[in-house]
Structure formats: structure tokens, C-alpha cells
Design a binder for this molecule. Structure first.
Ligand code: AMP
Ligand code: MG
Length: 489
């Protein structure tokens, strides 16, 4: 049975042809219930509150009911995982419902994650567990609230259907939303399997829809595919600079988890740093620390290099591909420095800024200072608050005082409202720390979803004071360090 929902569809990915996917419907999720819903995303999609409250909507987003006009499919891609060519992967537990035409006229794709077996499931069961679905839902919206490019999440539906991981858990489905879910790995797939006509069709589709300026770019001898590689590099650089500045670890930066649009996608063992530790590894399935916090910028470049190799049949000259990758090495540091300068409230650029930034990061690492709390307290100090709450975070007070003197000399000597405003809009009060997600998950396992809702509301406005929610901005409790997050999801 189909339900209409009053929606308009324009399924452009589906129009690429059967080489790109397998058409199939989601597998039903027995006796579903709502776990979380984002009003903001529903609004963007043009889904009314009434409809989102309906049984039909619940059944649709559990995968039990089809939307008229959708064209459900699982797409095929490949990728490099932990530095190794992994061959064919694909949507092993995700189903793309199709591309909605939003009230604003934009095309947004709806994807169910955890909706059952597909031809690309390999050894997996096609399902996602409640815990990881709540994490993906909350983090998507938290990142959006922080102004970081990301896929969005409309809702999570759950079921008591058992799912086997290290222990028996229950199933859930996240509905993800993005202009496109095309990954670097899609290009690798068609390149390495020798399907170069399809490779070109995919690249032309991505350029046409998302990078139209590449079509007529005079750069790279007018080669649109080299221009595409450069444009993707620039977006990726900007995204990773934002991750670094806010203290976000993705955890699994495999090429199949890299969006061609420079969006943060595939939330798994991610973490926002508590104490600042440059070498922090958030994924217990990554003992070597390939995806450690301070390696993310280089890994992004490594992944872009893979994309460049995949695009070689279209680009032609390896030199052109290398030239297209070159700007990453300047764009990334420039973007990061701009972000860090904003964290310090410095609107203009001066020569000693880099040293000011490097010194404070060294001190934060040395004393294992809480990253989010430090920046927020510094912002509050610049807004006229006392200095002690910042100073108290450090063990080496003399070193902090020396840095503070140089910082004060560099910025306005009296509290400056514009500077304070910039800092309070740059340094969030609230981030999705592991223990906050964990509290929501523990309650949700007992069918109490109120904490998911509360946390979502807090994280949607991460720069606002929200004094009644102060508890969400505190230091992590001792038990937070015992939370173990792996690839198991
Ligand atoms: P990830 O590490 O979550 O990005 O997943 C890597 C690949 O494994 C993708 O092709 C996923 O679709 C697939 N995958 C992960 N978990 C499952 C699962 N439970 N069932 C089927 N496929 C899965
Ligand atoms: Mg993935």
C-alpha cells in the first residue's frame, strides 16, 4: 500500500540507470514506535506536524509503508577501509527512498538506515541498533546546529525486534536527509571496475547538480573533472577545519564514508573531545589510531588522493589531478587558522596569531584541559566575566598567565562586545559528549524517549546560554571514560 503525503519527487539519482543501484523496498520493522523526530528537518522537507504525528508517517519511516512517488533503491559503491582497498561495499543497510522537492525548491534525498538486507549487505544483517541510531540522529542535528556541513536526520523509529551485536540489542531506523549521499567510494567503484562510461555519467551528474561552475571552469586547461576534484578538496578542507576547531573526531574516515559534497556523513564511533588530547582515538576498533583526532586532516587528503586516482580515467593527465589536489595543502591550514582565530575572537589577521594558537593548544594538551569548557569560559571572560574560571582549568598557571598576557595584548585590552559576540557564536556551550548520548540511550532502552527530545532541543541551539540546561555543559562524569564505542552499530 502506498501513502501520498502530498509530496513532490524528482528522483535524479534513480535516473542514472541500473548500473548504479538495485531497486528494492525496505524490510518491514515489526511494531514500530517513535524514538525521536526533528521538527526543523520536517519543516525543511515540507512535512506537516500533523502528518509527522500520524501512524502513516511512523510506518513510512519504519520501512513498512511506501510513499507514492518514491523509488526505493540501494546504491553500489566501493572504498578504501583503514587504508586497504576493500572492493565492493554498497548500501548494505540503507535504502534511498528518493529525492523530494522541498517547499524551498531544493532537492533533498531521504534515506532509511537500518532498513534491512540489500544485495550489498555482505555478512551484515541489514539492521542498525537503537543506540547507534540515536547517536547518529542527535549528532547530525548537533553538527547542523554548530554550522558544520552534515547530512541531517529527520527521525528515528524503533522496534523491540532483536538484533545481535556483542549482545542482543533492538532494531531502529534513522531517516537521513541530504542533497546527495554520493561518496568518494561511488567513484572508486566505477573506476576500478573499469565501468568508465558510468564513471563519467556519475561525475557529470554531480557536476551538473552540485558543481555547475566546474563545467565551464577555465582552470586546469578547462578540464571539468580536475575542477571537480579541486572543488571537492576545498569543501572537504573546510569541513575538516571545522571538525578540528570544534574538537570533533569522526572515527571512521574510510573513503566510503566521505561525501562528495563535503558533508559529514555516516556517524559511527564519533566523539567530541572532552579533555584536549591531540592523539585521541575515539574508535575502539582503531587501535593503531589511523583516524585519531590530529590525523584527520592528513587522512582527508589521503582520501582525496584516492578520489583523484578514481577520476584519472576522466581527468587524463596525472599532473592535472595532482595540481587539483595541491590547493588542499594551503586551503586547509588557512581555513583552520581562520576558525581558530574566530575562537579567540580575533576578527583580523596578524602575524603572531599562529604562535598564539599553537601555544594555547600545547597548554591545553599538556594539562588535559576540557576543550569545550576552556573555549566557552574564555569567551565569557572576554565578555566581561572574571578570569579565574579560565585560569582554574590549568595546572601550569604560570604558563597560562604568560599566554594570557600575550593574548590580552593582541586583543582589545578592555572587554570588547564585538569580540565577545564572535567568540560566543563560535565556541559552543553544548556539544554531544559521549556521556550525554549515553544517558539518552539508557533511558530509550527502557522506552523513555524524553531525554532524546531534551538533548535534541539543547543541541539545536549550542551557542545559546540555556541556563536551565547548564548540567549539559558540565565536565564529563568519571564514568564517561569507560564508555567504549566501536564500529559495532
Ligand atoms: P560503515 O563502517 O558503517 O560505514 O559500513 C561499511 C559497510 O558495511 C557499508 O557498506 C555498510 O552498508 C555495511 N554495513 C555495516 N553494518 C551493516 C549491517 N549491519 N548490515 C549490512 N551491512 C552493513
Ligand atoms: Mg559507511
Amino acid at each position: 500500500m502506498d501513502v501520498d503525503g502530498g509530496l513532490r519527487w524528482n528522483n535524479r539519482f534513480a535516473a542514472l540507470g541500473p548500473a548504479f543501484f538495485t531497486r528494492l523496498a525496505p524490510q518491514p520493522l515489526p511494531a514500530p514506535y517513535w524514538v525521536g523526530r526533528s521538527r526543523a528537518v520536517a519543516r525543511e522537507l515540507g512535512l506537516t506536524e500533523e502528518w509527522m504525528a500520524s501512524q502513516a508517517a511512523l510506518e513510512v519511516f519504519a520501512g513498512n509503508l511506501a510513499l507514492a512517488g518514491s523509488a526505493p533503491l540501494a546504491s553500489v559503491y566501493s572504498g578504501h577501509q583503514f587504508g586497504q582497498w576493500a572492493g565492493q561495499l554498497g548500501d548494505g543497510r540503507a535504502i534511498l527512498l528518493g529525492e523530494l522537492v522541498t517547499p524551498g525548491g531544493a532537492g533533498l534525498e531521504l534515506q532509511l538506515k537500518g532498513s534491512g538486507l540489500t544485495p550489498y549487505s555482505r555478512m551484515g544483517d541489514g539492521r542498525a541498533v537503537l543506540r547507534s541510531s540515536i547517536r547518529e540522529f542527535l549528532c547530525s542535528e548537533a553538527m547542523h546546529g554548530l554550522g558544520i556541513p552534515t547530512s541531517r536526520a529527520l527521525c528515528v523509529t524503533g522496534s523491540d525486534a532483536p538484533v545481535r551485536r556483542e549482545e542482543i540489542e533492538t532494531a531502529a531506523v534513522v531517516t537521513r536527509v541530504a542533497p546527495s549521499f554520493v561518496r568518494f567510494g561511488h567513484f572508486e567503484h566505477f573506476s576500478y571496475s573499469g565501468q568508465h562510461d558510468e564513471l563519467k555519467r556519475l561525475a557529470d551528474y554531480v557536476i551538473e547538480r552540485f558543481y555547475p561552475a566546474c563545467r565551464d571552469s577555465a582552470e586546469f586547461s578547462g578540464n571539468p573533472y580536475a575542477a571537480l576534484l579541486e572543488a571537492v578538496s576545498a569543501r572537504t578542507a573546510a569541513m575538516v577545519a571545522q571538525w578540528q576547531a570544534v574538537g570533533f573526531c569522526h572515527g571512521v574516515m574510510n573513503t566510503d564514508n566521505m561525501s562528495i559534497l563535503g558533508l559529514t556523513i555516516d556517524y559511527g564511533p564519533f566523539q567530541f573531545l572532552d579533555a584536549f588530547d591531540p592523539g585521541h582515538i575515539c574508535n575502539h576498533s582503531d587501535p593503531q589510531g589511523r583516524y585519531a583526532y590530529n590525523r584527520q586532516p592528513n587522512i582527508a587528503y589521503w582520501n582525496l588522493f584516492c578520489l583523484g586516482q578514481a577520476l584519472l580515467p576522466l581527468i587524463g593527465e596525472p599532473e592535472l589531478a595532482m595540481a587539483a589536489l595541491e590547493p588542499y595543502k594551503t586551503v586547509f591550514p588557512r581555513e583552520l587558522e581562520a576558525r581558530m582565530r574566530a575562537k579567540l575572537g580575533l576578527a583580523d589577521e596578524q602575524a603572531p596569531d599562529r604562535e598564539l594558537i599553537e601555544t594555547i593548544l600545547k597548554l591545553l594538551a599538556q594539562d588535559r584541559v576540557d576543550y569545550t569548557i576552556f573555549w566557552r569560559r574564555l569567551s565569557q571572560h572576554r565578555a566581561g566575566g572574571p578570569q579565574e574560571p579560565v585560569r582554574d582549568l590549568f595546572l601550569d598557571r604560570a604558563a597560562f598567565d604568560a599566554w594570557m598576557l600575550r593574548y590580552a595584548a593582541r586583543s582589545a585590552t578592555v572587554p570588547d562586545p564585538a569580540q565577545a559576540e564572535l567568540m560566543l557564536r563560535t565556541n559552543p556551550k553544548y556539544v554531544l559528549r559521549n556521556h550525554l548520548g549515553e544517558q539518552a540511550i539508557r533511558a530509550a532502552k527502557l522506552h523513555d524517549f524524553s531525554e532524546v527530545e531534551r538533548l535534541l532541543a539543547v543541541l539545536e541551539q549550542p551557542f545559546d546560554e540555556q541556563p536551565e540546561r547548564d548540567a549539559y555543559a558540565g565536565f564529563p562524569p568519571d564514568w564517561a571514560s569507560s564508555i567504549s564505542i566501536s564500529c559495532s552499530s
